[in-house]
Design a protein around this ligand. Structure first.
Ligand code: HEC
Ligand code: HEC
Ligand code: HEC
Ligand code: HEC
Ligand code: HEC
Length: 321
């Protein structure tokens, strides 16, 4: 009961803030929903239906590719049975005790190499049709997470959730992203538009090359901001697109500058006495650097935090030189 009251109070404050900021939704500017949906079909789904899109995605493929590495390949990549808790539908939904060995030839689940399939995100047959198992940021953020605050000295993996929440680490303070802290009902899939026509989970305009490099077409990206619930605030779409572009260019360039240093000092420190002070300095630089590198959005999720982390990484790499 009190939880609900708090929520309402927060919502009221928020509405007030938005109104004062002149950023409240404005009904008269909304484009008809059906026009927007058909624009998506043409520009960002390449004419594929949602089942085809989902089946072509890395979500659907990844687990099969992982198992194809075989027992030795998987061991070399440091997989443990816990790792597949975010990768295998069987482990997530049917059998929490499922182990990696069950999925190799001869194992009891050798025929069930189901990755992140429909039922991982959805409950398929309900009275309201197809519904989501989770809500809000958790729909995507429960897997795309470093599973807590990054730890100084350790490398960071898929920290999209932490980046958006704005968790600082070491000498970098918390810097929450605008969307996570000012827009109570915003989610990952508002930008990574996922709906009845789009299910490739990518931000419109993003494609992935054969070797896994993502490319952004800013012209197509602008479609995302033309959705009825965005255009009310983002009235001059080009301005937001230009702003994202400029920020991404800066972060991409910094990452390219620091990556050779990260690789060089990774090799050097691996051969050093663990008590050498440079081993510790490198560990810290690696945390700051991999936090931004592994988030993979090149600053789109939280530019201010990404910039601050890379500035610290640069400082630490300079100490090493
Ligand atoms: C909390 C959920 C979760 C757990 C636990 C997890 N992963 Fe992942 N894994 C992900 C997500 C999400 C991605 C996609 C990352 C991206 O594209 O940014 C991923 C991607 C990967 C990739 C692809 C390469 C990459 O980094 O994009 C590898 C390899 C991988 N995981 C290995 C592992 C290993 C090894 C473990 C256990 C030590 C593990 N995963 C545990 C969620 C998880
Ligand atoms: C990674 C998570 C994820 C996976 C996997 C996934 N979906 Fe979805 N799906 C979503 C999200 C998020 C939405 C948007 C829900 C909303 O806006 O309330 C959605 C919406 C839908 C909708 C529209 C529902 C409505 O009420 O408008 C349908 C239909 C749908 N999904 C079918 C599927 C099918 C079929 C598959 C498998 C081929 C699938 N989804 C796989 C996350 C997922
Ligand atoms: C059950 C865990 C899980 C959930 C839920 C999940 N993801 Fe993923 N995501 C992964 C894994 C695993 C990968 C594949 C890693 C790879 O191949 O590099 C991935 C990859 C991705 C990629 C990169 C795809 C590529 O081709 O490089 C994007 C973008 C993405 N997810 C967005 C989302 C969005 C948006 C949602 C919510 C609608 C979501 N994910 C929900 C685990 C998850
Ligand atoms: C404000 C819009 C926005 C929100 C909110 C957002 N993303 Fe992103 N995301 C982007 C953009 C833009 C990129 C960069 C695309 C590029 O340049 O390749 C990106 C990149 C990514 C990538 C790297 C793969 C790729 O497409 O380049 C993953 C994985 C990802 N986001 C997952 C998430 C998850 C999980 C959440 C929620 C916790 C989230 N995003 C919330 C806009 C957003
Ligand atoms: C209530 C007003 C409001 C709505 C509605 C809104 N936004 Fe925003 N958005 C903002 C503000 C204000 C900022 C700028 C925050 C800042 O400067 O850090 C922003 C920033 C962004 C950015 C990052 C821009 C940059 O310069 O880095 C993206 C991407 C974005 N919004 C996408 C969306 C999408 C997609 C939707 C619809 C699903 C949406 N927004 C709906 C107010 C809104």
């Amino acid at each position: 009961m009190t939880g609900k009251k708090h929520f309402l109070a927060l919502l009221l404050c928020l509405t007030a803030v938005l109104l004062i900021a002149g950023c409240g939704p404005n009904e008269s500017q909304e484009a008809p929903e059906s026009d927007v949906a058909s624009a998506y079909v043409e520009t960002v789904t390449a004419g594929k239906d949602i089942v085809q899109q989902a089946n072509d995605s890395a979500h659907a493929h990844f687990f099969r590719e992982m198992v194809a590495l075989g027992p030795e390949g998987v061991q070399a990549a440091h997989y443990s049975d816990n790792c597949i808790g975010c990768h295998s539908a069987v482990k997530m939904l049917d059998d929490p005790d499922a182990a990696l060995k069950d999925f190799f030839p001869g194992g009891k689940y050798e025929d069930r190499l189901e990755g992140i399939s429909c039922r991982v995100c959805h409950i398929l047959a309900t009275e309201e049709g197809i519904t989501l198992r989770k809500e809000g940021w958790a729909v995507c953020g429960d897997c795309h997470t470093a599973q807590g605050r990054p730890v100084l000295g350790k490398e960071v993996h898929h920290p999209q959730n932490e980046m958006i929440r704005g968790f600082g680490v070491g000498e970098v303070p918390d810097i929450p992203s605008y969307k996570c802290f000012n827009m109570i009902d915003f989610t990952c899939y508002d930008c990574h538009t996922t709906n009845a026509v789009k299910h490739d989970y990518m931000v419109p305009g993003v494609t992935v090359t054969e070797d896994g490099v993502t490319q952004m077409d800013y012209e197509k990206f602008s479609e995302v901001l033309k959705q009825p619930r965005c255009i009310s605030c983002h009235q001059i779409v080009e301005d937001t697109v230009q702003s994202v572009k400029t920020k991404q260019e800066y972060i991409r360039q910094k990452l390219d500058e620091l990556r050779p240093l990260y690789e060089e000092w990774g090799e050097k420190t691996a051969a050093m006495d663990p008590n050498d002070s440079r081993v510790k300095t490198f560990g810290e630089a690696a945390t700051y650097f991999t936090y931004v590198e592994a988030d993979s959005s090149k600053g789109a999720h939280n530019y201010e935090l990404a910039k601050a982390l890379l500035a610290k990484a640069e400082e630490k790499f300079k100490e090493l030189q």
